[in-house]
Design a protein around this ligand. Sequence first.
Ligand code: NCD
Length: 306
Amino acid sequence: MGFDSARHLIDLDHLGDDEVGALVDEVVALSEGGGTGGLVGRSVAMVFFEASTRTRLSFEAAARGCGTTVTRFDAGTSSMVKGETLAETVRTVEAIGADYLVIRHNGSGSAERAAMAVRGASVINAGDGWRRHPTQALLDAATIRGALGQIRGVRVAIVGDTMHSRVARSNAALLTRLGASVVFVGPSAMTPDWSGTLGVEVSHDLRKGIAGADVVYTLRLQLERQRGGAVPSLGEYHRLFGITRERLGWANEGAVVMHPGPVNPGVELAGELLDDPRCLVHQQVAMGVFARMAVLRMLERERCDG
Ligand code: NCD
């Protein structure tokens, strides 16, 4: 691989089932008031090349909660606009004194490239292209545990543009590993051909796809990653796959609605649902801080013991 996978969080794949289970437990425990600190004297650099509100702010809050200092790197005004490579940029950020680099970049595999470039720092993947978003999957698993009491046996319908979504990919991998059943629901032009490899079911009919679901997980249409033509119009998409109060009734009684944000109200999700008690979008954001604290603490233990 070219780097020590235990020192970085590129994906959750390299962790064993016990480690992943323990990490979800730690997120839930932190959310219930299970402590702060753990990284006093460390420095975290936020290296974001793509837009972000909640992921960046929640990593910053998590880093401060763990006792670190936080440095922000601004891609738009950095030397990358003068042609500096990702590898050289992350080495520079490390040399300035960062122990942890939290990276978001639109290139799939960019987090690995950064991990190969740094000398002693740890890289945390905050989203690489279409590929992975491990801390989002972790916070979503913990949110489901918090809301429904368990993950094993829970049925999760991930609705929308699963093909271009790193959230769908990371969530499907983690939730199936933790014993949930996952179905991707959406137009065929937005459904990835790898779904079967994770044991994920597929439905192109919203009513059938969300029948029996305990969690209806909606996704933003990734218009910046689509080549066009996947849906005739946003209105048509809403008519076919938008989640409304009424349609939520097609899922199991007590079903909850989730969304990683940012939400396009009236497209994937009716605006009325944002204020509905069954909608967990703000619980997800709150859980994000604890998920990122748990990741920082896990990597710090690795750095100290390893
Ligand atoms: C997602 C992302 O950037 O992958 N948002 C997030 O991290 N909360 C999903 C999206 O952009 O649709």
